[in-house]
Design a protein. Structure first.
Length: 596
């Protein structure tokens, strides 16, 4: 027997290049699904997967995705559970090209299904469309493998960078700009428009015209990500969800729930007025479904296009493809004024990654580490669902999920606690939470999340950390990080505690005053912890006496909490971080007020 190290990529670019949440999910699912076929080739030819653990104690396949692949299931999972790389023991006569062929064969099945259902009927309107399609499908995947015992062999092999993409000319894909869009019309604008109009009509016959927006011109790879859910039953054997909540849905989630709960008649009237914007196949979180069961009149409101809950998006004609609904949208924008509040314009991205996984595999047996990661992964969907999130990927030590703003931090803490329990002291996990404007490009946000995770939570803050960043439509404006144990002490989420204090008992002017003082005094060497703690207490008492009379208790607790959270790596004070911390407190307190 010999040891095979195998990897499928590209990972980050394939997953993160997305314009919708479903694109994001599709990239991660397909990567996991195709890796599962490579694993199945190992098992079919007498091999054994060492890492990750995919069997139970009786040596039966226990991973739900691999189980569905091996059994040709008609009821498989919705979330990718397999990482993009694995280690296996294989017979001496095993050919790694069997894994490569398994990936390409199944990829071609997926590509052919999308082509035949949606593109082939209109392909004669393109210029060399089939040739472009075949070139991109054939040359996309980066597959690396190596035989040997050393644990770092695969990383050394990948450093060769032997995979070369074909030269792509012409107009570029709206989602994956390194690839050409498939119409092939470079200079003939009218012919290109005709082609993509025909593609939208072809899609609308089996899916929805909204699946390809006006102006979107996609490559073969991007079209597979976008459309494969509609052909999943044919291509992979089971159906997958065709609807994922959008970033706008996530931003508005708490507001929608509260309006349905507190003003059901108004919600019902609003949905009747905007009945053309009700999406019957829209995915709803469990708490919404329960509320709709108790009061069915609010279900249509829940199912409305999320852009119909905001006056500014209702009146933005570009979002509605000139569909002739302007007068109705104007009426809805006026009707929105009857609600007692407005929905939030931010949502959250949570990205988590285990620390020093390679070191763990050298310090402990691969089986021991993989068993612990399997325990962690199995409960991730439940934890994300409990916090009303949208799980994109959960495999090994990686998690990617989207949340309403006020749910992300508690979800991250719950996942970290579960990871610590599963690992039993073997390793730690770091995370990044991006609080992002709801119309910010997803591709850029996922890139920002990886940067914050790798360079702030891990490198700058020494791992076992959480980094938070607020990103507006103009880009990042504040980033702050903390060790998990500093953030969550004595069973208290200290950041949310401070945000609640601002919301209920502490004027936000205190935060601005401290930030102003730091700007003036922050470089002075004499300002130790005692100085800042006394300054916090003094300014807090002053602003409370002026704006929140008779609320001076807990001043010392609040001051000490701010001081503790402002400490950097290994508890060393770093006064340059006060402003970022105070801004984060203010941001979260404002979200709490919006989402009451």
């Amino acid at each position: 027997m010999k040891r095979l190290h195998f990897s499928l990529g590209p990972v980050q670019s394939f997953v993160s290049q997305a314009r919708r949440t479903r694109d994001l999910w599709a990239g991660s699912f397909l990567l996991s699904y195709l890796t599962g076929h490579a694993m199945n080739a190992v098992l079919t030819h007498g091999g054994e997967i060492e890492f990750p653990v995919i069997t139970d104690l009786s040596a039966n396949i226990s991973d739900p995705l691999l189980q569905a692949i091996q059994q040709h299931s008609s009821d498989g999972p919705q979330i990718g559970s397999l990482p993009n790389r694995f280690v296996a023991r294989v017979p001496d006569d095993f050919q790694p090209l069997w894994c490569v062929e398994a990936i390409h064969n199944q990829w071609n099945v997926l590509a052919d299904a999308v082509w035949h259902h949606f593109i082939e009927p209109v392909s004669d309107l393109g210029r060399d469309t089939r040739a472009i399609w075949d070139r991109q499908i054939t040359n996309f995947w980066e597959i690396s493998w190596v035989i040997g015992e050393e644990p770092d062999l695969l990383d050394r092999r990948k450093n060769w960078r032997s995979h070369a993409y074909p030269i792509e000319t012409g107009r570029k894909c709206s989602m994956m700009p390194q690839w050409q869009e498939i119409s092939g019309h470079v200079t003939n604008h009218k012919a290109r428009e005709t082609f993509w109009h025909a593609v939208r009509q072809s899609i609308s016959r089996e899916a929805s015209s909204l699946d390809l927006q006006e102006g979107e011109e996609l490559s073969a790879i991007a079209l597979i990500k976008r459309l494969f859910p509609y052909v999943a039953k044919e291509a992979i054997g089971w159906s997958v969800d065709e609807s994922y909540r959008s970033t706008v849905d996530l931003a508005a989630a708490s507001w929608v729930y509260n309006q349905c709960k507190n003003q059901p008649d108004l919600c019902d009237a609003y949905a009747r007025m905007g009945k053309t914007f009700v999406r019957r196949k829209k995915s709803l979180p469990a708490s919404w479904r329960q509320l709709a069961q108790a009061n069915p009149s609010v279900k249509a409101f829940m199912q409305m296009d999320a852009n119909s809950w905001y006056a500014n998006t209702l009146l933005n004609d570009r979002l509605w493809n000139d569909d002739g609904s302007r007068s109705v949208r104007e009426e809805l924008a006026e009707k929105l004024k009857e609600f007692n509040s407005s929905p939030d314009t931010y949502f959250a991205i949570l990205l988590m990654d285990g620390d020093h996984l390679g070191r763990l595999l050298r310090s402990y047996s691969p089986r021991e580490v993989s068993e612990a990661l399997k325990i962690f992964t199995e409960r991730v969907p439940e934890i994300v669902q409990d916090h009303e999130g949208e799980l994109i990927y959960a495999g090994g030590d990686d998690v990617l999920a989207l949340f309403p703003v006020e749910k992300a931090l508690t979800a991250g803490l719950a996942l970290r606690q579960h990871y610590a329990h599963a690992m039993k002291g073997m390793g730690t996990i770091s995370a990044a939470i991006i609080y992002a404007y709801y119309h910010a490009p997803l591709t850029e946000l996922i890139h920002d999340a990886h940067h914050i995770l790798d360079h702030v939570a891990k490198d700058q803050n020494g791992r076992d950390s959480l980094a938070l960043s607020v990103i507006t439509s103009g880009g990042p404006i504040s980033t702050w990080s903390s060790k998990w144990d500093v953030l969550y002490a004595s069973s208290i989420n200290r950041l949310e505690y401070l945000a609640e204090q601002v919301q209920t008992r502490m004027s936000s002017q205190f935060l601005f005053k401290i930030s102003e003082l730091e700007s003036k005094l922050g470089a002075q060497s004499f300002m130790d912890d005692d100085f800042w703690e006394h300054l916090f207490a003094y300014e807090l008492r002053r602003t409370r006496e002026r704006e929140v009379p008779n609320q001076t208790e807990d001043v010392d607790t609040i001051s000490q909490t701010i001081l503790d959270l402002s400490h950097g790596y290994h508890g060393m004070p770093d006064t340059s971080r006060y402003q970022n911390l105070l801004y984060m407190i203010h941001f979260l307190s404002k979200r709490m007020r919006l989402n009451v």
